[in-house]
Design a protein around this ligand. Structure first.
Ligand code: ADP
Ligand code: MG
Length: 260
């Protein structure tokens, strides 16, 4: 057993249904019904399930971007729902979220270098004097160059934009990153490039990821452990090899049949 970085126990997240046609299904949507899992240091943990199964809600709740309904989440041994303001700021540096649509998470009016630099300064990681050098370092690590530093998000392709978002996340030197469908909006050939970037960064920095996808073939090349989600619950969890060789749950078998 490695060192536990993130422990999730019996996590529940229900969203209230205020009005409208969904009311007939009850007063709340059980987005996450009763989920437990542990991510160890260095794990690349895949969370796979169809749209609406509760993956993004898990990603946001464990980073405390949502309140929980019930259960426990601890990061590095600390209850994330009982952090002081200072500890919450630390959590915001130690953890990052990268999601599907890079355009929506980049300010269109900020040059790429400024967006990354501001985040680094805001988190007290660099001085104003050294910021440009540090920004360039992290851009280069993500396959970009000085050519890109003074450009605006709209001047980039989808794949490059996702590299920028990843660079901004990496700039804060996090220990844990939630990747929520980070390649779903990209062409297949670009998906492969971004997935290679993730494995390089993971190898070099010993990062731990929760990698969310609706597509088993995306996590196949990246993840060591995989949890399968269905209707707010994890229905199967095992190592990648076990899951591909001996799937147990019918839903896992259905997902596997779609892998080329
Ligand atoms: P996934 O990421 O697997 O597609 P989500 O976690 O986004 O699934 O959604 C799970 C369920 O929770 C869905 O039924 C969705 O409509 C609902 N849901 C997600 N976010 C909210 C929200 N902020 N308010 C109300 N319902 C939500
Ligand atoms: Mg989602």
């Amino acid at each position: 057993m490695g060192e536990a970085l993130l422990e999730v126990k019996n996590l529940k997240k229900y969203f209230p249904v205020s009005k409208g046609m969904f009311k007939k299904f009850g007063d709340s949507v059980k987005a996450v019904d009763d989920v437990s899992f542990t991510i160890e240091k260095g794990d690349v943990f895949g969370l796979v399930g169809e749209s609406g199964s509760g993956k993004s809600t898990i990603g946001k709740t464990i980073l405390r971007l949502h309140d929980k309904t019930d259960g426990e989440v601890s990061f590095k041994g600390r209850d994330v729902f009982a952090l002081s303001k200072k500890e919450l700021r630390e959590l915001r540096t130690q953890t990052q979220l990268v999601f599907q649509d890079p355009f929506s998470s980049l300010n269109p009016r900020l040059r790429v270098g400024d967006a990354i630099g501001e985040a680094m300064i805001e988190h007290g990681l660099v001085s104003k004097k050294e910021v440009r050098t540090k920004v360039l370092e992290v851009l280069e690590k993500c396959g970009l160059s000085s050519y890109h530093i003074d450009r605006y998000p709209h001047e980039f392709s989808g794949g490059q934009r996702q590299r920028i978002v990843i660079a901004r996340a990496m700039a804060l030197n996090p220990e844990f990153i939630v990747m929520d469908e980070p390649v779903a909006a990209l062409d297949v050939s670009i998906q492969a490039q971004i997935i290679n970037l993730f494995s390089d960064l993971q190898r070099e920095h010993g990062l731990s990821y929760l990698f969310i996808s609706h597509d088993l073939s995306v996590v196949e090349h990246l993840c060591t452990k995989i949890a399968i989600m269905y209707l707010g619950n994890i229905v199967e969890f095992s190592t990648k090899e076990e899951l591909f060789d001996h799937p147990l749950h019918p839903y896992t078998k259905a997902l596997l049949s779609a892998v080329p």
